[in-house]
Design a protein around this ligand. Structure first.
Ligand SMILES: [Zn+2]
Length: 412
C-alpha cells in the first residue's frame, strides 16, 4: 500500500430543514426525481454499450437520444416529456448510469457463475441529489428548487444550524427524507497536509509510539496496546462491546427466523424482515463506528501516531454479521472506519505481516498454548495463554503486543 503525503477525506454535514409547509413538495420532488432516474435507467439498458464510456460522455450520448435537437427541431426516438430543470435531468441521468452499471455488473457475474440473473429495477428510492444551481443558502435560510406537482419553483425553509466554515470545499449535497424529517446532507472534501510517511516518522521522531490492535470475535472486540520506540509497553485498552453487539444482532436474527417460520407467504415475510435487516445493518454500523472511535481516541490520548494491524486474523470466531446482502466480516468494516478516523487525526495505519507469528510469546518468542475451556461461556472471558517458558498472558494482549513489536522491527 503506497503511503500518501497529502491526503483527502470526505466528511458529512447533516442539517435539518424545517419545512412543515412544503413537506409535501419534498416528497413530490423525490417521487419526480426517482421517476426520472427510472426513465433514464430503462433507456440506458436499451443501449448498454453506452456504459463503456465515462459517465460524462455517457450522459452526452443519452442527452442526444432523449432531447429535441436544437438545430433540426427533430424529436429523437427516446424523447420523453418533462419540465424538470436541466440540472435535475443531469443528476438523475448520472444516478441512472450508476444504477445501470451496477445492474449490468450483477448480470455479468450471475452469467459467469451460472446463477439466475437479477431483474432490472422497477422503482427507485434514491435521495434527491442537488447541484450548486439548485439550492442557495443565506443566513439560516435555504432556498431549494422543488416540484410542487405542477412545476419546479424555489421554496425557502429555515435550517437548524450552519456552522460550516466559509472556505470549506463542499460537494453536491443530497436530500434525505425520513417520515417527516428532511435532512440536507452536504459532503465536504477535506485535505490533510504535512502527512509524513511511517518510515519518515520512525526516523525523525525518537518519542514515537505505536499502537498494535488485535481483533477478536469475543466480548473484547479489539485489544489495543501502545509501545514506545524502545519496545517498552506503555498502556493497553480492551474494547469490550462484543457481547452487547452480539445480543442485539441475535435478537433480530431470531425475530427473522420466527417470522419466516410463522408465515408461508414469502412476500409478506420479506417486507417484515426488511426492517429487521435494516436494524441489523444500523447496529453493525453503530458498533463499527463506536469501536473505531475508541481505538483512535485511545491513540490520541496516549500520543500514538501509528496504528499497526495484522494482515491475518488470530481469532476464528470473528463476528460475521452484516446486512441482508452482505454478511461481511465486521473486522473489515472496523478497519475501514479506523483508517478514515485516524487519517483525520494525522495517525497513520499500517498492516504487518503476521503469518506464522500468531502463536508466539511476545516476551520470549516461544510457542504459546491457548487455554480456553469451551465448556462454559464464563471461561471465554479469561482468554489466557501460556508459553513454553511459563509466561501467562492474555491471548489478545499478546497478539497486539506482537503486532506492535513487529511494526517496530519493520521500520527500524
Ligand atoms: Zn514466553
Amino acid at each position: 500500500m503506497p503511503e500518501e503525503k497529502i491526503g483527502t477525506y470526505i466528511t458529512y454535514h447533516k442539517i435539518r430543514l424545517y419545512t412543515t409547509e412544503y413537506l409535501e413538495y419534498f416528497n413530490l420532488t423525490s417521487i419526480e426525481f426517482n421517476k426520472l432516474v427510472l426513465i433514464y435507467y430503462n433507456i440506458i439498458l436499451k443501449y448498454p454499450e453506452v456504459l463503456e464510456n465515462t459517465s460524462y460522455i455517457a450522459r452526452t450520448i443519452i442527452d442526444k437520444k432523449t432531447m429535441i435537437n436544437i438545430k433540426t427541431g427533430k424529436k429523437p426516438d427516446d424523447y420523453f416529456e418533462t419540465n424538470a430543470p436541466s440540472r435535475i435531468r443531469r443528476t438523475a441521468c448520472t444516478q441512472a448510469i450508476a444504477q445501470a452499471k451496477s445492474y449490468t455488473t450483477k448480470v455479468r457475474n450471475a452469467n459467469k457463475n451460472k446463477s439466475i440473473p437479477p431483474n432490472p429495477a422497477k422503482k427507485f428510492n434514491l435521495p434527491i441529489q442537488l447541484t450548486k444551481e439548485l439550492y442557495k443558502i443565506d443566513n439560516k435560510k435555504i432556498k431549494i428548487k422543488l416540484y410542487n406537482g405542477k412545476e419546479w419553483k424555489w421554496y425557502e425553509s429555515s435550517i437548524s444550524k450552519w456552522n460550516i466554515p466559509e472556505d470549506a470545499n463542499l460537494l453536491s449535497p443530497k436530500i434525505e427524507i425520513k417520515k417527516k424529517v428532511v435532512m440536507l446532507v452536504i459532503p465536504e472534501k477535506c485535505i490533510v497536509k504535512n502527512l509524513t510517511t511511517i518510515k519518515e516518522r520512525m526516523e525523525k521522531n525518537k518519542d514515537i509510539r505505536i499502537c498494535g490492535v488485535a481483533f477478536s470475535g469475543r466480548n473484547n472486540i479489539a485489544t489495543c496496546v501502545i509501545i514506545d520506540k524502545s519496545g517498552r509497553f506503555i498502556k493497553a485498552k480492551f474494547i469490550n462491546e462484543g457481547n452487547k453487539y452480539k445480543n442485539i444482532i441475535t435478537k433480530y436474527l431470531r425475530q427473522i427466523q420466527r417470522s419466516e417460520y410463522k408465515s408461508n407467504r414469502k412476500k409478506k415475510t420479506f417486507e417484515t424482515n426488511k426492517q429487521y435487516w435494516k436494524k441489523i445493518s444500523r447496529n453493525s454500523n453503530y458498533y463499527c463506528n463506536l469501536v473505531s472511535r475508541r481505538i483512535v481516541d485511545f491513540c490520541k490520548e496516549n500520543k500514538a501516531e501509528i496504528i499497526a494491524l495484522s494482515n491475518v486474523q488470530c481469532d476464528t470466531e470473528i463476528v460475521i454479521y452484516g446486512t441482508r446482502y452482505n454478511s461481511s466480516n465486521l473486522r473489515n468494516r472496523i478497519t475501514k472506519y479506523t483508517k478514515i478516523k485516524s487519517f483525520m487525526e494525522n495517525i497513520l495505519m499500517t498492516f504487518i505481516d503476521m503469518k506464522g507469528k500468531i502463536n508466539k510469546c511476545y516476551k520470549c518468542n516461544e510457542l504459546i498454548e491457548r487455554n480456553i475451556e469451551k465448556k462454559t461461556k464464563k471461561v471465554i472471558k479469561e482468554d489466557k495463554a501460556i508459553c513454553e517458558s511459563g509466561h501467562m498472558i492474555d491471548y489478545f494482549f499478546n497478539f497486539a503486543m506482537n503486532i506492535a513489536l513487529n511494526c517496530l522491527k519493520k521500520y527500524s
